[in-house]
Design a protein around this ligand. Structure first.
Ligand SMILES: [Zn+2]
Length: 115
């Protein structure tokens, strides 16, 4: 996964579909920086997480950990909650999201784990 490819969505404006985009910096913390774009046609701004299960997730590390433990290690939501020290409702929300977009998450885990 090269950074320019984002998370695999074809780089196009989610609003008008135009591919004419400008990079306008990053959002997020040092450990996980996310590229922001602006559409040259309609002016809408969005991040490379647009169209992925990560959109709107604040704790990306926790999301990846939950996805791994749920999809790969087969732990239950309550088990993950205890293991990570994350409140159960949060784990449940993240794990539902991971399952809903399972194919995407599996690909991402493969790419992170170098498989
Ligand atoms: Zn646009």
């Amino acid at each position: 996964m090269r950074p320019s490819e984002g998370f695999g969505f074809g780089l196009a404006c989610p609003s008008c579909g135009s591919g004419r985009l400008v990079r306008i910096g990053h959002v997020g913390r040092e450990s996980f920086r996310v590229q922001r774009f602006q559409c040259k046609r309609c002016g809408k701004t969005f991040t490379e997480l647009e169209g992925t299960p990560f959109k709107g997730v604040h704790d990306i590390k926790a999301f990846i950990a939950v996805a791994y433990l749920r999809l790969r290690a087969g732990l239950s939501d309550s088990g993950i909650s205890k293991l990570l020290g994350i409140p159960y409702p949060t784990v449940k929300r993240l794990s539902r999201r991971a399952i809903k977009d399972r194919e995407f998450m599996e690909k991402l885990l493969d790419s992170l784990l170098g498989e």
